[in-house]
Structure formats: structure tokens, C-alpha cells
Design a protein around this ligand. Sequence first.
Ligand code: MV4
Length: 498
Amino acid sequence: MFKKILVANRGEIAVRVLRACKELGIPTVTVYSEADRNALHVRYGDEAYCIGEPPSTESYLKIEKIVDVAKKCGAEAVHPGYGFLAENTLFAKRCEKEGITFIGPSSRAIKLLGDKTVARKTMSNAGISIVPGTEKGLTDEKDAMRIGLKLGFPLMIKAAGGGGGKGMRIVKKKEELKSAIKTAMAEAGSAFGDPRIYFERYLINPRHIEFQILADSYGNVVHLCERECSIQRRHQKMIEESPSCIMTPELRKRMGEIACKVVLTCNYTNAGTVEFLVDKDKNFYFLEMNTRLQVEHPVTELVTGVDIVKEQIHISAGEKLTLKQKDVSIRGAAIECRISAEDPYNNFMPSSGKIMQLVEPSGPGVRVESGIFEGFEVPILYDPLIAKLLTWGRDRNEAIARMKRALSEYRIYGIKTTIPFHLHVMDNDSFISGKYDTGFVEKLSFERGGRTQDEIAAIAAVIYATKQQKQVTIQKRGKGYNLWKMAGRVGFKGQWHT
Ligand code: MV4
């Protein structure tokens, strides 16, 4: 097993990986930018190294810096988390070259599955149903026009080097096609350094269902069942759950087998996620494969009991999967709400600032994966995800009831967060009924309710000032006083508790 692991990430996912290492008794190294000097993950690691200025391009994306720290501190492996360098072929290659284990798939697998046209062709050749459309990457506008008109409308234009919705656009009628092709090629070129686009028939409001996979280096593959990820806003997942409401044991078996076939076809190893679109007749189509640990992995951990991060580390250390498919089953139901520093009342505008007050929910069936603490300065520079709130219940109704309870306990004063949005969804009939699809968020009418954000900010400031004052009062009076006597409820008008 590794003698030391470097976690090349920040925020909640860095804390998550550090916890798995701690439980395995593996010393850890963290890296941080100047903006994260006081961040939670830095406090969790056994060693911490500053790798640069706040911008990601000057820190968390600096391949050479991170490899240099890994070599200097003797880290035998690097866990990339998600985002940043997690699906960066060059980084994986660089680690391989230095003899540092990249905790994830091989650079070859990342490259193959990172090109969405190659992934589609590979699956199609293996007899796996893909979303109907073109397989070849297109760079010639005239060629693309001819092919698009032949395919018919509505169609989806996607970028070969994209993924996760990046560079994606819907074309509803032929009059829109020419300009859409031109813009898509230009955007793909600038965003991914690869102007190639491809077409897919647009599936109207499908469901987005993904299967979690674990594969070792000896050809053993298991799936850990599905996650429903249809609640997305601008291709950013917001709420995920398992099991999916449309799943039947038979469909789960068929989709799980196909997911495993995808993995075997690409000689994929480690944790990965096979994404499908499922139409209203329950036909399912391979969409893409994510070659990283995903944000929503704890949903699967809650219903299967598998620690996916520990499995990643064991697989990367060359161990065989101990898990067999017959051992995998879903117990109960789990839901994840992504808590982001965004203002849901103001078009989800990013919100930064100091966490004035933080009260995290707990109790039966509640799991908080957090990267923040009271007093932490949430930077504007990075992904707005600051925490994930998950609940598990014996069934979906209990998981929803617990999520409502936990969300109502959650206090994050000082910044705006998506908590009100999630509370709204947990009360929404189509969500509660499970009858929703990828069109859910755009159909949702979500207005301001209750206190305004400014009112809440004012309350937070008063709470913070009061707490500060209390600290000062106690310190002043602390001399010569028994602090236990002072530990009564501050502001209590009667006698101090003695
Ligand atoms: C699609 C689709 C319908 N038809 N492709 C791909 C990346 C993921 N974030 C969204 N993706 C989709 N690809 C075809 N051919 C529907 C989605 C989709 C989606 C689209 C628009 C708005 C929200 C969505 C949520 C999940 C999936």
C-alpha cells in the first residue's frame, strides 16, 4: 500500500479523499493556493505545500508544480479528485513518467474516452446503443450542413473535445443550423483546442441516468447500480438520487451489464461512471463516460455501503477487487443536494465572502461533505460548490423527509447559498412523485420567498457581532471569575447558571 498520497485538489472533495487516506492509515500531503491558506483541506493533511497564486491556472492546474511537490515530499501516489486535473491526460502521463501512481484510469483510457466521437464509435462497434447521430468529428461547415439536414430536427450539436454539456447546443429547425454549426466549431476550437463537432438526434426531455463502475487491473468489473442525475441547471447537476424512480430490477440488470461492457471494451480501470440517456419508453443510449470520481459518488456509497474512494486507492495499489457483482445491492434511498455559494434568487449569481455563522445538520441518515468552516473566506475564483448534503432513508419518502429536515437545520450566514432552492424542490409535487426529467429545472417556478437575502445578511452580521462581543465579555470578566459560572446563556436576563 502507498506510503504517502498527495491530494491534488481543494474543498470538500479534498477533505473526502483525505478522510479515506486517514482511515487507511496513509499519510497525506495537501497542496493549496494563496487563497486557500486557511482552507479546511490544508488543516486535514499531514503536510501542506503552497503551489501558487489564487488563479487555478497558477496553482491547482500547474502540473509541474504538483509533480514537483509529490517528488520532493515522497508521495507515491496522487489523487486528483474531480475537476482541475482529474481528466487531464497530460497530468496522468506526467505522473506515469515519474513513477507516481495516478489514482484513476490510465492516461490512455482518459484520452480515448475524452474524445466523445472516439468513445461513440468504440461503443457503436461493440454493439452498444448510442444516441442516434454522427460518429465522425466534423470540421468542414458545408459537410456538417449536409449531414445535419440529413439527420433531421431537432438535433444536438456537441463538441468532440467537450463533455458534460460543455459546447452543447440544441438546433430546433434547419434555418438555425448554419449559424449554429459556425458558432459551435468556433467555441469548440477556443474552449477545447479542438474544433470538431458531431450531431446527435435531440431526445426530448430524457432522463439522465449514470452507473457507477469499479474495475481492477485483472479484468474484474462491478457496477454499483445507478444514480438519477436529471435535475440539472445549465448542465450543472444540482440534485442526485439513487435508486432512480424509473428503474426496475430488469432494466437495472440490462443497463448495468452494458455499463460493464463499456468498461471492458476500453480496458478501463479504477472508478468511472457510464452516463446514459433514457427515453420515455425506457430505451437507453450510451451518452459518455466520466473517467473520474464524481461529485455525487456519496449517493452510491450510502445505498450500497461501498467506500468508492478507498476502492480507488486499493485498485491503484494493484489489489484485486474483493467486491463481487452478486454482493452489490441497493438498500434504501439516498439523495444529494449540492450546496453552492450562489444566489438562487438572483439567477444563481456566484456569492463570495466570510462564513459568519455555520451550523451543519446532523442526526439520523444525514451526511455532510463540507469544505467550509465558520470564519472561512469563500473565494470567488473557484467552483461555487462548498458542500454536499446527503440523506439516506429506508425508502425515498424518508430520504426526502430527512433532506427537508436537514436543509431546515442548515445555517450558512455570510454568503448566499442554494439551500432555498433545494427546500423548494423537496416540496415540489413532480419531484416528490418521482415523475420528472431533464426539463425539470426549466419548468420550475422558483421565486423569492420569506426573508430577503439582505435581511438575512443583516441578521448574520448582528449574530457575528454578538458572538464577538460575548467572547470579549467573557475574556474581560474571565479574570478571577469561574468561567463555568459564565457559561450561562448569553443575554439570559435572569441569574447566570451556576
Ligand atoms: C442530450 C440530451 C438530449 N439529447 N443529448 C449531455 C451532457 C449532460 N449534462 C446533458 N446532456 C444531454 N444530452 C441528446 N442527444 C439531453 C441532455 C441533458 C440535458 C439537456 C438539456 C438540459 C438539461 C439536461 C439534463 C440532463 C441531460
